[in-house]
Write a protein that binds this ligand. Structure first.
Ligand code: ATP
Ligand code: MG
Length: 272
């Protein structure tokens, strides 16, 4: 890999439609707001969302017909299967082809130096998830869930898969948590607290709740996500909190790794 990517982060869920792409896009923008060099890779070949959420018109370019220069939008580097492959053609791809294409995206896209590369994964526990975990040093996964009691089963399923491939789960975020009516009342459409409960039961970090907000959907559909369009909104602040908590977990991991290295170094001196 010619690019230098410090942290690969997977945004994942066992169940579809819970808001992975929404979280991935707004997380990437929030990490950018923290001053990090950030990239976003849409690994969903069958249903790529990034071009819709961040602008359909852009296209990646190439200087030599081999390398791929990612699209830049709002200060983050982007790559999506949707820019390269017609989703209708991709429908007939099998797992290994899919995994190969995603690997190529990591290796051949000129990401440059990045602090974070956020992967927006397709739903489920399939080939792409496994391939990424096996071929690259993944820092960890951010799992997205919804508040219902039944969503716990999906979190357990997702955790089991990541445990199997030894990708640590950095934390859990509950999306579509509650709805604030135009009158200001809070309505808990899917009950409340499922995400926090799941995190507690499974021993995972809980990074917060994102409300259902019409504006989140409208901004995504318009190609300017809420963190960019309305940075002072309550929802944007909640995405910023997710980014800060995720970053804090990673900083702590890095510090622990550095300490372990130093510890090993010392041990070596003593034993020789
Ligand atoms: N907090 C939210 N408030 C309002 N709408 C939301 C919210 N989160 C997601 N949505 C909307 O719900 C739909 C599904 O979200 P999204 O595409 O992010 O889910 P996903 O988990 O990536 O789906 P898939 O599994 O198909 O990849 C989109 O139309 C999105 O705009
Ligand atoms: Mg998606």
């Amino acid at each position: 890999m010619s690019s230098q990517i410090k942290n690969l982060i997977l945004v994942a869920s066992a169940k579809g439609g819970v808001g992975k792409s929404t979280v991935a896009v707004n997380l990437a923008l929030s990490l950018r707001d923290m001053g990090y060099r950030t990239g976003l890779l849409d690994a969903d070949v069958y249903g790529p969302s990034i071009p819709t959420m961040l602008g359909k018109d852009a296209k990646p370019t190439s200087t030599d017909g081999k390398n791929i220069i990612p699209v830049e939008r709002f200060g983050i580097k982007l790559m999506s299967m949707g820019y390269m492959v017609d989703p209708n053609t991709a429908m007939i791809w099998r797992g290994p082809m899919l995994a190969g294409a995603v690997t190529q995206f990591v290796n051949e896209v000129e990401w440059g130096e990045l602090d974070y590369l956020v992967f927006d994964l397709p739903p489920g526990t399939g080939d792409i998830q496994l391939t990424l975990a096996q071929r690259f040093k993944v820092r960890g996964a951010l799992m997205v869930t919804t508040p219902q009691e039944v969503a716990l089963v999906d979190v357990i399923r997702g955790k089991a898969m990541f445990d199997k491939v030894r990708v640590p789960i950095l934390g859990l975020v509950e999306n579509m948590s509650y709805f604030i009516c135009p009158h200001g009342d809070r309505v808990e459409i899917f009950a409340h607290g499922g995400g926090q409960k799941a995190a507690k039961e499974l021993g995972l970090n809980f990074f917060g709740e994102i409300p259902i907000e019409t504006n989140i959907r409208i901004c995504s559909d318009d190609g300017t996500p809420i963190v960019e369009a309305h940075p002072d909104s309550d929802s944007s602040k909640r995405f910023a909190q997710v980014a800060q908590e995720l970053d804090a977990v990673i900083q702590a991991q890095e510090a622990a790794e550095a300490a372990a290295q130093t510890g090993r170094g010392k041990l070596k001196i003593i034993t020789h």
